[in-house]
Write a protein that binds this ligand. Structure first.
Ligand code: URA
Length: 232
């Protein structure tokens, strides 16, 4: 690919600006100054700008700790989209949510510009469990664990077997589901006569929401994190 294209993939700068910087001799390719914006470079070439090595990432993967009030979309007529929370340094990647959380649900949401990743993550036959913490308006009982495990019949589909864990306070529970149908956790709880007052996703597969990640903040995923999202 062209050198200027390589650099604009790494940095939030215009092609015009980067062309000027290349011309000014501020860019090296494999240790040699290169003043030709159209020079052919490969993803594996070492490119520096002002002595700083650039990391060529075509795709990025972000973990967001989603606050309530944001919709899992890139635009919306009525509410702010989660992409409003993406810091400017990642803006040029054009990320979007891989999967969705309801507007009032908090917690772990992944954002990416890798369509294949997003598709694989949300595919219902992947059987990747998603773990939620829920606060309810009434206590869960031991018998409710069986109701979740049996695969619950809802109005428009039968949910796959799900896991319910009741904490010391039986109005606070963890629920793991394998699909992600519209309002699924809320509807499963409602089926058992409990309303969800607060809902937060804490895990996708083996990937846990970073407890140090503040609400509304994002962090880059490592390759290891990405693999974890696909393994239970
Ligand atoms: N189930 C719900 O009810 N809401 C979510 O946001 C995710 C799962």
């Amino acid at each position: 690919m062209r050198l200027d294209k390589y650099i604009t993939t790494c940095l939030d700068v215009s092609r015009k600006e980067i062309k000027r910087q290349i011309k000014d001799g501020r860019v090296t390719v494999n240790g040699e100054i290169c003043t030709d914006s159209g020079a052919n470079v490969a993803e594996t070439d070492a490119v520096t700008l002002d002595g700083e090595r650039l990391l060529y990432n075509k795709y990025i993967y972000l973990m967001l700790n989603k606050p309530a009030g944001y919709v899992s979309a890139v635009r919306d007529r009525n509410y702010p989209p989660v992409t409003d929370l993406v810091p400017p340094e990642y803006a040029h990647y054009g990320v979007y949510p891989a999967g969705r959380l309801d507007r009032m649900t908090e917690g772990l949401l992944l954002l990416t510009n890798d369509g294949d990743f997003a598709h694989r993550l949300t595919s219902p036959n992947k059987n990747v469990y998603k773990r939620y913490f829920a606060r309810l308006d009434a206590p869960m009982e031991e018998s409710d664990i069986d109701a979740f495990a049996a695969g619950m019949e809802l109005k428009d589909f039968t949910a796959k077997p799900a896991r319910l864990e009741i904490t010391d306070d039986p109005t606070e529970v963890y629920i793991e589901i394998a699909e992600g149908k519209f309002h699924q956790v809320r509807r499963m709880c409602a089926r058992l006569g409990k309303n969800v007052l607060y809902l937060k996703r804490v895990k996708i597969g083996a990937l846990t929401l970073d407890p140090s990640l503040e609400l509304g903040h994002v962090k880059m995923l490592t390759e290891q994190d990405i693999k974890k999202a696909f393994s239970n």
